[in-house]
Write a protein that binds this ligand. Sequence first.
Ligand SMILES: [Zn+2]
Length: 181
Amino acid sequence: MLTEIPVRDWEHCDAVPSTLSALIGVVVPGQLRKVETVFVVSDLQILGISSVKSETDEWLIASCVRCKRASPCSQHPDENTEKRLAVRLTLADGNSQCTVMLYHELLLKAAALMEVTLPEPPADSKDLRSTLRDMFRNAQWISRFTFKENDFQQSLELECRDIRSCLRLQPTVALMSPPDT
Ligand SMILES: [Zn+2]
């Protein structure tokens, strides 16, 4: 089963501290090269969260229960589907910004660490969207990245392997509301 294939422990493996600018600088259009290093960037802000699809605005994608690929799955056409979270995050550090995809497990893990409760099973709703937006807005983040080769576009892409808050910010709302007496 695919889910039982041992995967690298992205959370604890060696990682090279870097900045977003340095990582973006490695991405040269039309040039693929193997970069296997794991990089870690801290003090990231998340400026935006949107659909991974350009043609529709969905934050959940129907996926094959067996292999987690987007349905319809060519390998398991009769398998059931489940909705899995998939979003595009716009990240920024002091100098640069870029977008990365963030998928189901990493999103759930980030939410659990932030003690944010998401509906189970997740459903695309205003509630879910505002919960995730607030969660990302109310913290600074530390994230681990690798480079992924995109053969189709002949370019390297940043792949997020781990994301967690490194500093929680006081929600603005709390500062604006009158003190409890
Ligand atoms: Zn499948």
